[in-house]
Design a protein around this ligand. Sequence first.
Ligand SMILES: Cc1cc2nc3c(=O)[nH]c(=O)nc-3n(C[C@H](O)[C@H](O)[C@H](O)COP(=O)(O)OP(=O)(O)OC[C@H]3O[C@@H](n4cnc5c(N)ncnc54)[C@H](O)[C@@H]3O)c2cc1C
Length: 386
Amino acid sequence: MDFAPTEEQELIRRTARDVAERLLAPRAAARDEDGTFPEAELRELGGLGLLGVTVPEELGGAGADVVAYSLVMQELARVDASVAVAVSVTNMVAELIGKVGTDEQRRRIVPAIVSGREVAGAFALSEPQAGSDPAALTCAAVRTGDRWRITGAKQWITSGDHAGQIVVWAVTDPGAGHRGITAFVVPGLRHGTAGLSVGRLEAKMGLHGSTTAQLVLDGVEVGDDAVLGGVGGGFRLAMMALDGGRIGISSQAIGIARGALEAAIRYAGERETFGQPIIRHQAVGNMLADAATWLDAALLLTLRAAARKQAGLPYTREASMAKLFATEKAGQICDLALQVHGGYGYTRDFPVERAYRDVRVTRIYEGTSEIQRLVIARELIKAAGA
Ligand SMILES: Cc1cc2nc3c(=O)[nH]c(=O)nc-3n(C[C@H](O)[C@H](O)[C@H](O)COP(=O)(O)OP(=O)(O)OC[C@H]3O[C@@H](n4cnc5c(N)ncnc54)[C@H](O)[C@@H]3O)c2cc1C
């Protein structure tokens, strides 16, 4: 067992650290304040291959492995969690199309989103009444002649208003349960797609630099070349993409928590009470020690899931464990980091306040903590043959 990153993983991690510090750090707090979507930043990250870390180079990606992807997500989220979530969804969509798309789809769609030319990709699975339970989707695609007409509403779609390409899940056979769901790649609003509009943009607790859109599809027409992975195969694709996506979100949580912990350690070394830096008070040291230990444990779980995915081994259980543990502990770490800052931590003058808000959603999207426990328990039952 080797815990050291390979030369390639270290190189891409350093690239992500450098660009996060140079490009993202200077305006991260301002983007949070004014809610600016990081369009120019995403284009630049695309130029570095970071919107398609595991996508082959011939399709415009970095051609790196899943561990490298986790490291990239950690580095970006350490500085700006809003940018990181847009990057994560774009990677997820690009990887999915790269894996299951036809040659024509791969060549037409993947380079456009991973290069940053079309800014981002979006993943439109959730609906107002269907989040944890995607089998309850009602958005429908009806065959008319040689076209599909898609009608329905999609809820909570990260970058949904900016994305160049959107993977939309719709019911194509209402009587067939989850076997009646199909994924379609729909050109985004920037293509002027008829029938596609934004219902509303959510006003969120955190991630203010990331947009979360309700998308309305009112008879959006696409051809068979938009069907991704075959008619009726959508549910399986969504589950496959979410397994990988969970490695991205646990990495995002680790990155946010690492940024908060580093800030707390710095602050605890500078702030003095009772004649000494607060880091010398055992209660403060204990908080930092717990946080650092949880962070390393979260990292190891996440790297294990990433290594298994890279090796082609089953990793559903490992990805859910990583997401469950990393996101829950990241929330606690951000809370402790804020506590170490005392009253100053509760103000917008210090970055831990943003981390505390941003980290909360990692326990909700791409499967809530409760759903991760459900997945893990199901895998345990399967393994026990019960
Ligand atoms: C900022 C943000 C960005 C998002 N981005 C995207 C995106 O890009 N694409 C996309 O498709 N979706 C996205 N989502 C949606 C997200 O994945 C869902 O919000 C999430 O899956 C939960 O669904 P829900 O909100 O409908 O909650 P519900 O499913 O209604 O759950 C409500 C509560 O009940 C619990 N619960 C539900 N079922 C069970 C069960 N069987 N056992 C135990 N507990 C259960 C849940 O854990 C939760 O606590 C995003 C959400 C947010 C907030």
